[in-house]
Design a protein around this ligand. Structure first.
Ligand code: MG
Length: 268
């Protein structure tokens, strides 16, 4: 399969290229067809191997049947799936903080964190596109912060991020549904890892975005790894580049059916 042919898809190109049933009734005005094709296209771009694409087709086959057998005024678009929870790590995923301000890069936020009868000042930098990311994905997921940091450090930062999102996207609702901290982590062999069943007992409906592979040890099939950001790249696009994938993932029945393939192929 030549994936580069999907860069500028037409409504009937993808089914033909993918070897799927082609419905000649697709039209430019068929928003349902457009929506589901967008899902496929974004997934193809996120998983550019035939093997993984095949597994995605299997995962989404129920949705496909709805679309491809739709001929008159029957059910349009996706079958309803349960709204999912996206769990977000904080440090080096959404922000980076340090104890000394970068002389070339003034910190947009700083906090005092009490530590052993003194205050530590942390200079906090927001990852590029983080506000856009939070405002956007909050439309598709319930968002939860799960950090291995303590609440005295994390809460002011989360509050600040929420204020920033509200300032830039006034119509957005409060984006963070709940917060989990170090005391909620599982201490294992000297590291903090994260058990997602504390947040969502049905693992079909939860995914964790995190820069640390250790965080995924308990629920590896729910992992969305992201490269660490340490205020080292002002043009970082890692959050922005997840939009299409996360939009698509919110429509699948079981996130593990997609993320499992990703974790075994990337070997993170
Ligand atoms: Mg982290």
């Amino acid at each position: 399969m030549e994936f580069h042919t999907l860069q500028a898809p037409t409504l009937n190109l993808l089914p033909l290229e993918a070897g799927l049933p082609h419905n000649s009734n697709f039209t430019e005005s068929d928003r349902s067809a457009q929506n589901i094709l967008n899902v496929f296209i974004s997934l193809v771009h996120s998983f550019p191997t035939t093997e993984i694409f095949d597994s995605l087709l299997t995962s989404l086959s129920n949705h496909c049947r709805v679309l491809w057998t739709k001929d008159q005024e029957t059910t349009a678009g996706f079958e309803k799936v349960k709204r999912k929870t996206l769990v977000l790590d904080m440090d080096e995923t959404l922000i980076h903080s340090r104890l000394q301000e970068d002389v070339d890069s003034p910190a947009p936020f700083k906090i005092n964190v009490p530590f052993e009868n003194t205050d530590c000042i942390y200079y906090v930098y927001d990852r590029p596109h983080v506000c856009e990311f939070l405002a956007t994905v909050a439309q598709w997921y319930d968002l939860v912060i799960f950090t291995a940091s303590i609440s005295d450090y994390a809460d002011p930062i989360i509050d600040w991020l929420e204020r920033e999102v509200k300032a830039k996207y006034p119509s957005s609702n409060p984006v963070i549904k709940s917060r989990y901290y170090r005391q909620h982590c599982t201490y294992y062999n000297g590291i903090f890892t994260k058990d997602l069943t504390q947040i969502e007992c049905d693992l079909r409906d939860v995914a964790l975005l995190d820069n640390s592979e250790f965080s995924f040890l308990i629920n590896p099939e729910n992992a969305i790894p992201i490269r660490s950001w340490t205020n080292d790249d002002e043009n970082d696009l890692a959050l922005h580049d997840l939009f299409a994938f996360l939009n698509a993932l919110s429509h699948v029945e079981d996130v593990r059916s997609v993320l499992r393939s990703r974790s075994t192929s990337s070997g993170y």
